[in-house]
Design a protein around this ligand. Structure first.
Ligand SMILES: *Cc1c(COP(=O)(O)O)cnc(C)c1O
Length: 434
């Protein structure tokens, strides 16, 4: 009999001292209801909770676990590196090697700065964009998440949407008013916004494929249009590839779609499960950052040797022949299973994927932006399905507005678990719906 009593007990205790019992809001299961699972160990494609339930994991720590959890080669590497110390606050050889590996895969990142979180990377990218252009406004898209920097907490998708906070309290109006927001995949509104803010927009920041409003790809022509309109208006184009970087391909969406952004932010995969992120781009822009230039940005733990080693080894494993073919094949299979098994049980399910990430919606057609997600996709059906899948040993992202992630460790055995598990979960959903 499936039960999660230990997690319930731990969550109760956690709430006494930790805000909401968690250290990042989406972990609280508030969107899907119920109690979050407390995880005690991971291996390959699997996670175990404190009640010893085993799940095929499609969260992968929200992306970083792309080579599979607790990969033996990564583990060996970080143990080796840790023996020489945990943090030096001085440069190390490995930081250059990681930056070179990133630059080889993403040539648009001519110069790079390593930081400790995606939030930090995006905040810093905006700062240097403002300095470089001498402009204050930034433009983002509804449903895109760029971390919790003040400027970004305007129509920011997943975690924020999940909690029903349109914005966050504590963000001064003077800051929020410098953030313009338009719907994704809507060139007309973008054009209008540029016309109304002539010579004021420092940068457009975008998740080139959105992973924080469910999974939504850019429609053909949209990213080239974005490149064109930013160029014509003297605004920088920032690709936030914190989620898509080394996830959709070796490199990112910019490689798949052949777009050269001015700046790029990375995180998640490049830290291999440790706190590591990066921003980088055109040399003349990045050279404005201290110690070379007047834009200040620093970090005590930036380029931490253990995080860098985990990132290096993760990228090395990913660079091996066949990695992304495997990720894509398994991901497409999972994606099709959801649509098929949903249909067999009488539900309209749509799904899309790229490399090792996918999303699905209870909807008749794929939404093209967050506005459409909100009107045409059922969150209620998702929530019930989410819990039914847990009972079948499948751990999906605990929100209808999140993408799911596959790792190199996911294969035929996990596909079989999913085929049976999804079928039963959709059947339970159908029974529940009568
Ligand atoms: C996760 C994410 C961030 C924030 O990264 P953190 O490391 O959580 O601060 C920023 N942008 C995108 C697209 C993300 O998915």
């Amino acid at each position: 009999m499936y039960q999660t009593n230990e997690s319930k007990k731990l969550f109760f205790e956690a709430q006494k001292t930790l805000v909401g019992g968690v250290n990042s809001p989406v972990r609280a299961f508030k969107s899907v209801g119920g109690t979050p699972l407390f995880i005690k160990k991971t291996e390959g494609a699997y996670i175990w909770d404190e009640d010893n339930n085993k799940y095929v994991d499609f969260v992968g720590s929200w992306g970083p676990a792309i080579v599979g959890h607790t990969h033996p080669e990564v583990l060996e590497e970080i143990v080796k590196v840790a023996q020489n110390g945990f943090s030096f606050g001085a440069p190390t050889k490995r930081e250059t090697l990681l930056a070179e590996a990133i630059n080889n895969a993403l040539p648009s990142m001519e110069k790079i700065r390593l930081v400790s979180s995606g939030t930090e990377a995006c905040m810093s990218a905006i700062r240097v964009a403002r300095a470089f252009t001498g402009r204050s406004k930034i433009l983002k898209f509804t449903g895109c998440y760029h971390g919790h920097g003040d400027s970004f907490l305007v129509k920011a998708g997943s975690g924020v949407a999940t909690l029903g906070l349109p914005d966050s309290l504590g963000v001064p109006e003077s800051v929020a008013s410098n953030t313009l927001v338009v719907p994704f995949n809507d060139p007309g509104q973008l054009e209008e916004m540029f016309a109304r803010n002539k010579d004021q927009i420092a940068a457009v920041i975008v998740e080139p494929y959105i992973g924080n409003a469910g999974f939504i790809k850019a429609q053909p022509g949209f990213l080239p249009f974005l490149r064109k309109i930013t160029g014509e208006n003297g605004s920088l184009l920032i690709f936030d590839e914190v989620m898509t970087g080394f996830r959709v391909a070796f490199g990112g969406v910019q490689i798949l779609e052949k777009i050269t952004p001015d700046l790029t932010t990375l995180g998640k995969v490049i830290g291999g499960g440790f706190p590591l992120a990066a921003y980088g781009g055109k040399k003349e822009i990045m050279d404005m950052i201290a110690p070379l230039g007047p834009v200040y940005q620093a970090g005590t733990l930036s380029g931490n040797p253990i995080a860098v080693a985990a990132g290096q080894k993760t990228l090395e494993i990913l660079s091996r022949a066949g990695s992304y073919t495997h990720l894509s094949e398994v991901t497409q299979n999972i994606s099709s299973l959801l649509v098929e098994e949903g249909k067999n049980a009488g539900f309209k399910v749509v799904s899309d994927s790229a490399g090792g990430m996918f999303g699905f919606f209870f909807s008749a057609s794929l939404p093209k932006n967050f506005e459409e997600v909100k009107v045409q996709c059922s969150q209620e059906l998702f929530n019930t399905f989410f819990h039914a899948a847990l009972r079948e040993g499948i751990y999906l992202a605990p929100s209808a507005f999140e993408a799911c992630f596959v790792s190199l460790a996911h294969g035929s055995s996990e596909l079989l678990t999913c085929k049976n598990g999804f079928r039963k979960a959709f059947q339970a959903l159908a029974a529940n719906n009568q």
